[in-house]
Design a protein around this ligand. Sequence first.
Ligand code: HEM
Length: 217
Amino acid sequence: MRSVVVVPAGRRDGNVSRESDALANLPAPFSTAAELVGNFSRKNLTAEDMVVLSGAHTIGVSHCSSFTNRLYGFSAGSDVDPTMSPAYAFLLRAVCPSNSSQFFPNTTVDMDVITPAALDNRYYVGLTNNLGLFTSDQALLTNATLKASVDEFVKSEKRWKSKFVKAMVKMGGIEVLTGTQGEVRLNCRVVNRRSIAAAAATDLELTTMAGAEVAAS
Ligand code: HEM
């Protein structure tokens, strides 16, 4: 079934985009429940928002490097994370050998193994059947409050969807720029061409000035 969601448009974003900023702001897939809650609260999102938004993992894929920590050398007593379904771990080990990041860097697996292409609540159903992919997915079961939200969304897809829409809009308002700061991007993943051109021109000017200085000395 097609879902139509109305969201505000025209968010002013920065005109600089760096990979290192993403890594500093996004939680790692190896995070514990406390780390996840902390990460989201720094962006004014609640623990419930965090569980609701994690449901986005109902679609999409992941590279092996994000979860092989659970498949090889997990702990002194167990090679595989014992909280993961052994059958699921067996399947993942077949797709992602222990050296996969080195030899198969482009291999990916679906994050929701039940219904990978549908925006539904099966991500939560998977979680409660030990089919969560990341340590951070599994972490949602390790705290009673977070687990209560997971159970709520297993029971009612409708409640998850209505909360998901609200949390997505809330997330879209994080650190939004105002006035003449930044720009409204034409493609949300990329800064506009004009600002790239402006940055390149500034770089050129600096290079030319540095060149002039060298020539003068
Ligand atoms: C709770 C903390 C979260 C963690 C630790 C996390 C971690 C990850 C990781 C490791 C991947 C796979 C990256 C890769 O190896 O290629 C991923 C993919 C993805 N995540 Fe999250 N994520 C989180 C929250 C979110 C939120 C809040 C959303 C959106 C509302 C989201 C949406 C997605 C989507 C759509 C993909 C798939 C991208 C694709 O198919 O290319 N995630 N996430």
